[in-house]
Design a protein around this ligand. Structure first.
Ligand SMILES: O=c1[nH]cnc2c(O)c(F)c(-c3ccc(F)cc3)cc12
Ligand SMILES: [Mg+2]
Length: 214
């Protein structure tokens, strides 16, 4: 059977990246996806915005919704302090398995745990099953129509604390209008928009930061 695009991304990383070097894995994926096959990694332009917000937050516990091939998990985890950890939720088993291998090549497996399943099923388990108290940083990059309900679910499960940072990808393209409406009209969130472009394209996109005020 023909290989999937995601398998071809893993092949190029496995063949060309320097083992244990997250930056070389990121460069390898960005090069392949900008020159050969577009893929929905956050990419280097929005990735730089993500870097700055993660560095400023210096989070100990991070949740990512939507692992895909692990590009943003690597991007985030490479910036985390020694004891900090990233939990990332992916419902597609093939993506989860490929991400695991790519994260391992980057040498970040000790910081990153991939949780396979639907966000609405796993979020309520984070406290008891995954020993999470509260989340310092959440990167929303999965199904756009899950952004708002999952934000409500995170709050209902007591996973947000004063100062928890939510950062959402693709709020302009493909767009997450319900999420924007929810956080921007909600006094418990302080929102900031970061205009950018769709990964590897000239199409407008943006990321939205929503800080939980408690
Ligand atoms: O489903 C997605 N999950 C997470 N991130 C995405 C993304 O960054 C995209 F650009 C896109 C995208 C898909 C098709 C297009 F034509 C444009 C953007 C989709 C996702
Ligand atoms: Mg995205």
């Amino acid at each position: 059977m023909d290989q999937s695009k995601e398998q071809r991304i893993l092949n190029t990383v496995s063949y060309n990246a320097v083992k244990g070097d997250p930056e070389s894995v990121m460069k390898c994926i960005d090069k392949y996806c900008s020159q050969y096959e577009w893929a929905m990694n956050v990419g280097d332009e929005k990735g730089l915005i993500l870097d700055k917000i993660v560095e400023e937050a210096d989070p100990s516990v991070v949740l990512e919704l939507g692992t895909y091939c692990g590009y943003s998990a690597i991007r985030i985890a490479r910036l985390l302090k020694p004891k900090a950890r990233l939990l990332t939720i992916e419902f597609n088993p093939e993506f989860a398995s490929i991400a695991k291998e790519i994260i391992d090549i980057a040498g970040l497996s000790d910081k990153v745990t991939i949780l396979e399943g639907h966000s609405e099923d796993i979020i309520p388990q984070l406290k008891k099953k995954y020993e999470v108290e509260t989340l310092d940083f959440v990167f929303l990059d999965h199904w756009k129509e899950r952004y708002a309900p999952d934000t409500v679910l995170l709050e209902e499960c007591g996973l947000l604390r004063k100062g928890s940072i939510l950062l959402a990808d693709n709020v302009v393209f493909p767009g997450a209008p319900e999420f924007l409406k929810y956080v921007r009209n909600n006094q418990r969130f302080e929102c900031t928009s970061y205009p950018s472009h769709l990964e590897y394209m000239q199409v407008e996109d943006a990321m939205e930061k929503a800080v939980y005020l408690g």
